[in-house]
Write a protein that binds this ligand. Sequence first.
Ligand SMILES: Nc1ncnc2c1ncn2[C@@H]1O[C@H](COP(=O)(O)OP(=O)(O)OP(=O)(O)O)[C@@H](O)[C@H]1O
Ligand SMILES: [Mg+2]
Length: 259
Amino acid sequence: MPRGGRLHIALANLTLDAFSCSGRELAAGDYVRMSVADTGCGMSEETLSYIFEPFFTTKDEGRGTGLGLAMVYGIVSQAGGGIDVETAVGRGTTFHILLPRTTEQERLPEDMAHGADGTAVGHSEAILLVEDDEHVRTFVAKGLQKSGFTVLCAASGEEALALIERHEERIHVLLTDVVMPGLNGRELSERILARHGEMHVLFMSGYSDDAILRSGIETAHADFIQKPFSIDELTFTIRRLLCSGDGSPEPEARKSMPM
Ligand SMILES: Nc1ncnc2c1ncn2[C@@H]1O[C@H](COP(=O)(O)OP(=O)(O)OP(=O)(O)O)[C@@H](O)[C@H]1O
Ligand SMILES: [Mg+2]
């Protein structure tokens, strides 16, 4: 919508029978439909036929990568869903995303009285936060405390190691900046995991360039969150990590770093 307009987002439950599934790769069953409608420029038949292709873009160089819809398509397909598009040049576009509906409650850590190893996984899991920037550290610590976590703070890798030595209770997650003076986040995580293999590691960084990738994060058993992030995103990522069992290295998990 280069000149502005209205964006309309709607959710609906939908049941597809065998007839409405014919000619498409969806199984009959219950779906949730999320519709995103804009009053923008719309698309020609020709553009429409390419939109899900990776790197297809009609935007000027440097303005679009052409990966947006390819990623949406990948995510939706992997979830067993499908996408419908209605569009008319000058009139706008509506994307309908269909996702299989589930009636099962997602298992969040607070729903689990006991983790797989029998230890209680309650509300106050301990997070060791390592961040050299004081403002970020305070912001993150406050946010996580509000979300019900117990937060231990360190301003450097060295401080974190000393803190772990003193701390007798279990620490569930190491949440560490990547680029720090002294020990960097990767070195710190290696030192800690050597003795506490069950700990989850979540790296946070504002840099996502090759130098960081090459510094070896992608080989660690860990997840990554790109700065800047909201506390909600952070909490969600931590909960997901906590749900994924203990932090013992799994070869598959190593490869699926979202970087
Ligand atoms: N809502 C829409 N209205 C009109 N055209 C669209 C719309 N969404 C996508 N398109 C067309 O599909 C093309 C591909 O979309 P896609 O999101 O994959 O890439 P992009 O928007 O060009 O770049 P990126 O999302 O990677 O920044 C766009 O360049 C545009 O031509
Ligand atoms: Mg896009």
